[in-house]
Design a protein around this ligand. Structure first.
Ligand SMILES: *Cc1c(COP(=O)(O)O)cnc(C)c1O
Length: 415
């Protein structure tokens, strides 16, 4: 690989992954209300701290792949890097087929269509809106089932209640990377003759009963968006153990083409470009470092928030593997400040905490207008959506952020 001086300069500045966490001293100490930015004090951070700041692997390895792919002039259309990524992902996830796509939403749309879903499909409202949009986009009715308030995942008993003669499938979502109740959903799907698939956008690398997410249901869908645990800039994939389904999805992502001149299926353009696969192959080499950084951050949060009454940090099952990508707290009704007041106070400090997935898909357009009564059957979804705050983590999190967040919460709690 030949390097321009500019490239060399970039390479020199790269520390090993997971060890380059910037240390940014907050600009003040927070002891009382007057110290808060919402009370007029200086914000703790000048540069905002984001939720979902991308994790980027070894820059030299990425740039070397980019140089090779530019030399080859094979930029897209099922190139060698996409094929290599699919093979490596299949091995990592323990599944027969990985069909890489341009993003997770198109991957959802293609999986839904390849499974032949129509009529009504049951899914949680408490998810990123893409899960529901992928159905609505092809005029399939998303039927929202309530969640278990303890796990935030879809409640199988509620799924059962939402089944009608028009129901063709269930989409489970492994929310926050904690596996949905896979076995219970599979049992319902089998007994009621429904297709089961999963939106696994949060759950790359996570396990359910010791098996990696990716081989459950008829198909699982991943997102490799920049903000996800494992990213390809933009990207996604459908995984399946069904050979025919994988073949159909390969046609569908490439305009329905089987060979150069022969289209055999309805299709769209869902192809992943080579540069995205180059990013994916690079990031795949540093997954362990990202997990380690996330886990360490989670531990810091657990220690810092331990003494604050009315704030609960969502935990990951110690008997399963997790990517620890989401730091989720719940605010009790009894807490002195509301969830929204806490979020406003953190934003004022430069900490851009998020209210995922408020207010629930059913409260956003087009669903709000199409299904105005959906919320009547979603009481737990509303409770959870009103309590949750997602906090920043990842390889770039300045560790001082955790202490500032704890101080803000302690002051707001009145303790
Ligand atoms: C990110 C995400 C998607 C969408 O994936 P994109 O790659 O951004 O299109 C779908 N579902 C869930 C749960 C997500 O978090």
């Amino acid at each position: 690989m030949t390097m321009s001086p500019a490239t060399k300069g970039n390479l020199r500045s790269i520390a090993p992954m997971g060890m380059d966490t910037p240390s940014i001293a907050p600009r003040k100490a927070i002891h009382s209300r007057e110290d808060l930015a919402i009370a007029g004090a200086t914000p703790a951070f000048v540069d905002p701290v984001h939720v979902g700041r991308p994790n980027i692997g070894d820059r030299a390895a990425f740039l070397s792949r980019v140089n090779d792919l530019l030399d080859s002039r094979w930029l897209t259309n099922n190139g060698p890097l996409v094929q290599e990524l699919e093979q490596k992902l299949a091995r990592y996830l323990g599944v027969r087929h990985v069909v890489a796509m341009c993003n997770g939403t198109i991957a959802l749309e293609i999986a839904i269509r390849a499974l032949g879903l129509k009529g009504e499909v049951i899914l949680p409202s408490y998810t990123f809106i893409a899960t529901a949009q992928a159905l609505q986009w092809q005029e399939i009715t998303p039927v929202f089932a309530d969640v278990d308030p303890a796990t935030h995942n879809i409640d199988p008993a509620m799924v059962e209640k939402m089944i009608t003669p028009r129901t063709t499938g269930i989409i489970g979502v492994h929310l926050w990377g904690r596996a949905a109740p896979v076995d219970e959903l599979a049992e319902i799907a089998r007994r009621r003759h429904l297709s089961l698939m999963f939106d696994s956008a949060h759950a790359f690398g996570a396990t359910y009963r010791g098996r990696r997410v990716g081989a459950f249901g008829r198909a699982e869908v991943f997102s490799f968006h920049a903000t996800k645990f494992f990213n390809c800039f933009e990207g996604g994939a459908v995984t399946t153990n069904e050979d025919d389904l994988a073949t159909t999805m390969r046609y569908m992502r490439n305009f329905g083409f089987e060979t150069y001149d022969k289209a055999v299926h309805v299709g769209t353009n869902g192809k992943m470009p080579e540069i995205c696969a180059a990013m994916g192959l690079t990031n795949l080499e540093s997954l362990d470092a990202v997990v380690e950084a996330n886990r360490a951050n989670h531990r810091l949060y657990a220690e810092a928030l331990a003494g604050i009454d009315g704030i609960h940090l969502l935990d990951y099952d110690p008997t399963e593997s997790s990517n620890w990508q989401y730091v989720v707290i719940e605010v009790d009704r009894t807490f002195r400040a509301s969830r929204d007041e806490i979020v406003a106070a953190l934003h004022a400090e430069g900490i851009l905490a998020r209210k995922y997935f408020w207010p629930g898909c059913h409260n956003m357009q087009p669903f709000r207008e199409l299904y105005p009564h959906a919320g009547l059957l979603l009481p737990n979804t509303m409770v959870v959506a009103d309590r949750v705050i997602v906090l920043p983590t990842g390889t770039t999190l300045p560790p001082e952020t955790v202490g500032v967040i704890a101080d803000v919460l302690r002051v707001l709690s009145g303790a």
